[in-house]
Design a protein around this ligand. Structure first.
Ligand code: CP
Length: 322
């Protein structure tokens, strides 16, 4: 891709795709979070719509299952007055062997303006963006809604929005990300976002088998003891065990995992008294998090979902140049 130095940015520095938070400048991330602020109040109005993307066709292409991301992208696009087409992948010609890029070409021929793509293969969204550029369709935008283990940039952004909402200044925070970091695109995106915004203390906590070998290179510290790992933290982010991505047995059992790394009220006591608890969902209660903590007063798990609508509105409207 030759659009400027970062393939996500146009020659004028404006966002044209959202593929990853890695390498996205701090001012662009801050601008997305700032743009999301006024959108958050639209959900509280009687008429939950603004005309910023009227007449634009947004295609939701979810090749992997999703509850939160697919639905909040659809709500966000509708609140921006876009036309939303949810391709039912299971009933599409993908099942007859049509390739990803042939599917894209056909949807472009239907005058698509934007693709929101979730795919099990790392790099799928990037591949589509490169293909659009190579085929002279660079006016069509791509948003990565999760690609393999690689990234989930809008989840990272909504996590950043949530942290900023409750804790204000990234430069004064300790954030612990706990559990299956190895298979987590959510963790990767959040780490890139936090370090870009200057968070001085980002920790990953988990057993050796569930932490990437080179994770220190991302600017985080590594902890294997849960209580020590979350000690004094302002934010505790719990991750789901991604059993669908695990090859072979990386853990003795989910019960053993809960004993050592499940977030209980007793373990949470080692974080700061006003620490918030986050989880991208879907949660597995009794595996990585105890129900009283998930539903407790320090949990901001459901506000994360609500903020996700405003953040996705910000991303789509900025990319569309609205
Ligand atoms: N956080 C997240 O990506 O959830 P879904 O898989 O339900 O979209």
């Amino acid at each position: 891709m030759t659009r400027g130095r970062n393939p996500q940015l146009g020659p004028d520095g404006k966002l044209v795709h959202l593929l990853t938070l890695e390498g996205l400048p701090a001012e662009v991330i801050a601008s997305i979070l700032d743009t999301a602020e006024p959108f958050a109040s639209i959900g509280e109005r009687d008429v939950k719509k603004v005309p910023l993307m009227r007449g634009k066709a947004v295609f939701n292409l979810f090749f992997e299952s999703s509850t939160r991301t697919r639905t909040t992208f659809e709500i966000a696009a509708k609140r921006l007055s876009a036309d939303v087409i949810n391709l039912n992948i299971g009933a599409s010609s993908t099942s007859k062997g049509e390739s990803l890029l042939d599917t894209i070409d056909n949807l472009v021929a239907m005058n698509a303006d934007m693709f929101v793509v979730r795919h099990g293969q790392s790099g799928a969204a990037h591949l589509i963006a490169s293909h659009l550029l190579a085929t002279g369709k660079s006016h069509v935008h791509v948003v990565n809604a999760g690609d393999g283990r690689h990234g989930h940039p809008t989840q990272g952004l909504l996590d950043l929005y949530t942290i900023r909402h409750y804790k204000r200044d990234f430069r004064a925070l300790s954030v612990a990300i706990v559990g299956d970091v190895l298979h987590s695109r959510v963790a990767r995106s959040l780490i890139h976002g936090l370090t870009t915004l200057g968070t001085p203390d980002v920790r990953v906590v988990g057993p050796k088998t569930l932490l990437p070998a080179s994770v220190e290179g991302m600017g985080v510290s590594v902890h294997h003891d849960m209580r020590a790992g979350i000690a004094g933290c302002d934010v505790v982010v719990m991750l789901r065990l991604q059993n669908e991505r695990m090859k072979g047995a990386l853990l003795p059992s989910s019960g053993e995992f809960f004993k050592h790394y499940g977030l209980t009220a007793e373990k949470l006591a080692s974080a700061k008294p006003d620490a918030i608890v986050m989880h991208p969902g879907p949660m597995n209660r009794g595996v990585e998090i105890d129900s009283p903590v998930a539903d407790g007063e320090r949990s901001v798990i459901l506000p994360q979902v609500t903020f996700g609508i405003a953040v996705r509105m910000a991303v789509m409207s900025m990319i569309a140049g609205a």
